[in-house]
Design a protein around this ligand. Sequence first.
Ligand code: DWN
Length: 392
Amino acid sequence: MKKFLDLGLQPLANSYLDGKDINKKEKKFRLEVAFNPKNYLVSILNTVSKEKMFNENYPYKSSESLTMRKAFKQFSTKIKKRFKPNSILEIGSNDGTFLKNFSKKNIVGVEPCKNLARITKKKGYRTFSEYWNQKLAKKITKTNKVDLIYSANTLSHIKNFSEIFKAINLSLNEKGILILEDPSLLECIKKTAYDQFYCEHIYVFSSISLQKILDKYNLEIFDIENTSTHGGSNRYFIKRKLNNFLKITKNVSKNFKIERKNGLHKLSTYKKFAKKVLISKIKLNKIFDNLISQQKKIIGYGATAKSCTVLNYCKIKKTSIKFFYDTTSFKINKYLPGTKIKIKKYKKLTIKDVDYVFLGAWNFRNEIFKKEREFIKNGGKFITHVPYPRIL
Ligand code: DWN
């Protein structure tokens, strides 16, 4: 493993603090990112146990953004049309934003965070509130293997992917399809989106690295879609190597080629990226310093896991950002880890209350700008750090 980036001491990204805990010492870890020249995998070096991150207090709900609700709905329609699966398993079903687009008898969810699993169970969907592994795979699919397994923004969170793929191989029909969706390493590098790295994002995959992993489990990518979700993601369509019924599309070789052209197989690319990250930090600090010297009122929008990395790495303090707005019930009236900036229940932005807004949820910029068009029309401004720090 070749270390190329040090994002400093970081708290756990989704560990929002209660008011009573604000003076307690937080657990921190060194967020370092490395490249493996053998399998091209990019991963963080120091990991946190899954139980500390994904438990009954997990605050992130996919349903909080219209963009995600729409994306899952549209993709569900596509799946039904293209693959006509009779049985589906979703690994990491969160609060059921994808799952609810299917009939209750056709889909099963796996979600270790009990607070989220409870939401889908209440709606009548069969949900196993456990970590995905071979034991669970045997329990769920003992008699009937499934036609399709879908997992979005989950594989990147699991250190031991060997167990994941072994469990998938146990559960999937011979002609079954596995669809994985995760942030694209290429987009992360292109956009200097270093905030894709935090405790939960153990890996940020490229298609060339994912195929190297899949080789070990006799699986192969037969199609790839590049999507705009979460700042640029890849949707990988995967089959068993022995299944010759599905042809490998040109998108696969196209993605491999583009990634190699952009040097995702070379350490030098990541070293260049690390230099850009440092420049990004300096520029973002300059923007904040300048606005603060003019006594502008700055707040944050979207208390994301990603913003934990940015704020702690750039050492942006609670004196710089008054508070964050967020729509998620689990986050409201809590404090951001590390910086201890308060999170308030979302209210429409007005120029009377705010001058500048730091876009924590930059990946939902279009949705947010649409919602806040009055604020923008009246001269309200946003601060973003992606693809480079600037005022919008
Ligand atoms: O992989 C992960 C992704 C999918 O979700 C997890 N490890 C954790 C989480 O990461 P994140 O917190 O960076 O995700 P989002 O989806 O960028 O978070 C958006 C946040 O912004 C949510 O807390 C909801 C909030 N929000 C808001 O308050 N108003 C979002 C929108 C669109 C809004 O209009």
